[in-house]
Write a protein that binds this ligand. Structure first.
Ligand code: ZN
Length: 99
């Protein structure tokens, strides 16, 4: 019997969310929470913004996937397009820091 996996993290199942880009379920702490402010999406970096949110891996490829799949209007239950430029700018900045 193998006992690997979540138990190694202290026995608590971490809360999970599904990335709106690649649809992979991941620990909530690994995902970036996005919230909508009017027709803009912004990264909720401190987890303090209220309202409906969407979870995304902090990666540009998942952002692009989500856009291509029109996942954001669906996640936020709006019909119009949502501006993701602030999210993209944040992710671009993050990826520069990692490089
Ligand atoms: Zn993803």
């Amino acid at each position: 019997m193998r006992q690997h996996g979540k138990l190694e993290y202290g026995g608590h199942a971490a809360p999970q969310r599904t990335c709106v880009g690649c649809r992979v379920r991941t620990a909530k702490s690994e995902l970036l929470r996005l919230v909508r402010i009017e027709d803009h999406l912004v990264p909720d970096l401190r987890g303090r913004l209220s309202g409906r949110g969407a979870s995304l891996h902090p990666s540009l490829s998942c952002l692009e996937l989500a856009e291509r799949r029109r996942a954001f209007p669906r996640a936020f239950r709006v019909t119009g397009p949502l501006d993701v430029s602030r999210v993209r700018a944040h992710l671009e900045e993050e990826s520069r820091n990692v490089m």
